[in-house]
Ligand binder design. Structure first.
Ligand code: FMN
Length: 337
């Protein structure tokens, strides 16, 4: 069953997790096309004095956005977050997401993200201020708590619901865990049992089977995939097929999608060059190409050549050569030739 965030009924139950430096508009558009119902944007500081940077300006740019336009704000001062939310709605944001999940102690020199989870009264003031400031849905992304001794996600979710927050996403790790250990889903399940607003489960979901298992175990309305989508934007289609949301193509679906990946990767490169320009475009592309190489098990020289390409034309040509041959190489491996 799909669910709604405010007035927006989502097409499916699988969402792209926000990742700074990864979920830029080109990648979000690609994931949306493959069926990610909502694509989390990279966090933006609520401190407007820092918005002149190219990075911040890009994070407010929705021109090529094909899905629902979200902006995720990181900050610690309720009034500043409220003002930043208003400005972004004026610039086209359709959902404002509050970042209470980033494990870094300071973001842009200010205490924010999951560091705020230990100050519940402040969290409540932030929720109230942002919800009152805008007439679009406000969502929040949290962790399970500051540390294993203080798993306060249920209390934070309760504060969110009381304040009128439209949905809550929970990464199943504490702040102290950063990205270590395994995500746990018991706390997410507890949250789901305590609140009525949509709950989105996140953490270590990398396959369609895991997505289904987490949905069933937690009772969550949706799942959010982050690192599992790096170099694999097609994972959303595979998950949707597994959940019965879209018609199944021949199994195994992930393999089929990967076999047809060359045009997708090349289109991704083109949109990165266009969005960032030549200089930053090839640098951003290197990161994604490296993930594509891993996913498709390309041989080491492929990665080496792709990383060494110094301009977009040679990078593109190199990608065309290596990824265009991915299907053929895979057939050779599979038939043992
Ligand atoms: C490179 C990277 C950047 C991230 N940036 C953000 C961010 O800007 N905002 C946020 O709420 N979470 C951010 N996260 C956390 C992810 O949204 C997600 O909660 C986490 O990666 C766990 O999900 P996964 O196991 O599916 O990757 C980031 C994670 C990674 C790996």
């Amino acid at each position: 069953m799909s669910f709604a965030i405010g007035p927006y009924r989502l097409d499916s139950r699988v969402l792209l997790a926000p990742m700074a430096g990864v979920t830029d508009p080109p990648f979000r558009s690609l994931c949306h096309r493959f069926g990610a119902a909502l694509c989390g944007a990279e966090m933006l500081t609520s401190d407007q004095t820092l918005w002149h940077s190219a990075k911040s300006r890009r994070r407010m740019d929705h021109r090529i956005e094909s899905g629902i336009r979200t902006v995720q704000l990181a900050g610690a001062e309720p009034a500043q977050l409220a003002e930043a939310a208003k400005m972004n709605v004026a610039l086209g944001a359709q959902i404002i997401d509050i970042n209470l999940g980033c494990p870094a102690k300071k973001v842009c020199d200010r205490l924010c993200g999951s560091a705020l989870l230990s100050d519940e009264p402040l969290v409540a003031r932030i929720f109230d201020a942002v919800v009152a400031a805008v007439d679009v849905p406000v969502t929040v992304k949290i962790r399970t708590g500051p540390d294993s001794a203080t798993l306060n996600a249920v209390r934070v979710a309760d504060l969110a619901q009381r304040a009128g927050i439209a949905a809550i996403a929970i990464h199943g790790r504490t702040r102290a865990q950063r990205f270590e250990g395994q995500a746990e889903y018991d706390t997410i399940r507890n949250v789901k049992q305590h609140v009525d607003i949509p709950v989105i489960a996140n953490g270590d979901i990398t396959t369609p089977a895991q997505a289904l298992a987490v949905l069933e175990y937690t009772g969550a309305d949706g799942v959010m995939i982050g690192r599992g989508a790096q170099g694999a934007p097609w994972i959303f289609q595979a998950v949707n097929e597994h959940l019965g949301k879209v018609k199944k193509s021949s199994a195994p679906v992930l393999q089929d999608l990967q076999d047809d990946c060359a045009p997708i990767i090349l289109e991704h490169l083109e949109s990165l060059y266009k969005f960032y320009g030549e200089h930053t475009g090839i640098r951003m592309a290197r990161k994604h190409l490296s993930w594509y190489c891993q996913r498709l098990s390309l041989p080491a020289p492929a990665r080496g050549e792709l990383m060494a390409a110094a301009d977009s034309a040679s990078q593109f040509a190199c990608a065309e050569r290596w990824f265009g041959g991915a299907h053929q190489r895979r057939s050779m491996i599979m038939t043992g030739t």
